[in-house]
Design a protein around this ligand. Structure first.
Ligand code: RP5
Length: 299
């Protein structure tokens, strides 16, 4: 029997493409907010004995997570055989340790919450910094889509003589992989973060690459401070205006406009978070990841 896909508000376009790729059935999930702020969730299809896929990009997770958990619980309660989560962007991975006394390690708490509600999870490039794999915190089967080959294909087709640049040492894992797949050189900037929106970066010697087109690659663009500083630092050493590629277009209010105003040649992202800059799609590999999970989790 075909899987049945529900999505949260805002994820219509992604859900539509996912349904087509999976050849699944699409059904409506009604979400109503009561005047007191509570949510009513209603699944608009018979899920008895079916594999249910809930798709939700988890940017702005605090407003989405409770309705998502309610929907998963309702599906189970209504007799779904399995309930899978397709979260092209997975939230709460950056707080991967207690940076200051008394802080919650929200990556762990969030993983525990989702692990109780879903049978399996598929996502794209989770922000794994101090963790090496999702199964260090998730207790359900997970599949991860790597966007590096998709980005590399785009860069190889669209940019002549690219030089891949990561804005900080954390980004090395993506940049090195994209560069290897695109057959291009790469380097990373040194970054010092003093606060949420206070970031300083500096570029190592790039004199050997003055004839190349710089392409900045990072996983998350949130306040865009990191990207903006990286654009400035690339321009300072006399390289042409860089192309900025982010995987997850989180973009805090005003951040996209500020990044565009900082003088990049272009800004583009993957479609893991719906945004005007989406250009590279993860739908195909995410659908394949879900199929693997369905084979592994359905009886
Ligand atoms: O500078 P903003 O856009 O706020 O944050 C994004 C950066 O913060 C890091 O965790 C990400 O990997 C990225 O480098």
């Amino acid at each position: 029997m075909r899987a049945i896909v529900f999505h949260l508000p805002g994820d219509e376009a992604f859900a539509e493409r996912l349904v087509r790729t999976l050849q699944a059935e699409r059904a409506g999930l009604e979400l109503h907010r009561f005047p007191d702020g509570e949510s009513l969730v209603r699944l608009d299809a018979d899920v008895t004995g079916r594999t249910v896929v809930l798709t939700c990009s988890l940017a702005r997770p605090d407003e989405k997570t409770l309705p998502l958990l309610f929907a998963a619980d309702a599906a189970r309660d209504l007799g779904a055989a399995k309930v899978l989560l397709a979260a092209p962007y997975l939230a709460y991975l950056r707080q991967d340790r207690r940076f200051h006394a008394g802080e919650a390690v929200t990556s762990r708490s969030y993983a525990a919450l989702l692990s109780t509600a879903f049978d399996a999870l598929a996502t794209a490039d989770p922000h794994l910094h101090r963790y090496h794999a999702l199964d260090e915190i998730y207790r359900i089967p997970t599949r991860v889509v790597h966007t590096a080959p998709l980005i590399a294909r785009w860069v190889a087709a669209q940019v002549e003589r690219p030089l891949l640049i990561g804005p900080d040492s954390e980004s090395e894992q993506w940049v090195a992989e994209v560069a290897a797949a695109a057959g291009a050189p790469w380097t990373v900037l040194q970054k010092i973060r003093r606060g949420d929106r206070d970031v300083e970066v500096s570029l190592p010697d790039v004199s050997a690459w003055q004839d190349r087109h710089p392409v900045l690659v990072d996983d998350i663009v949130s306040s865009a401070r990191t990207m903006i500083q990286a654009v400035a630092s690339v321009r300072r050493v006399g390289l042409p205006a860089p192309l900025c590629i982010g995987v997850h277009a989180l973009f805090a209010p005003g951040a996209y406009e500020e990044l565009l105003a900082s003088g990049p040649a272009r800004v583009l992202t993957c479609d893991t978070v719906p945004h005007a800059s989406n250009e590279i799609s993860v739908v195909e590999p995410l659908a394949r990841a879900l199929e693997e999970l369905m084979e592994g989790t359905t009886s």
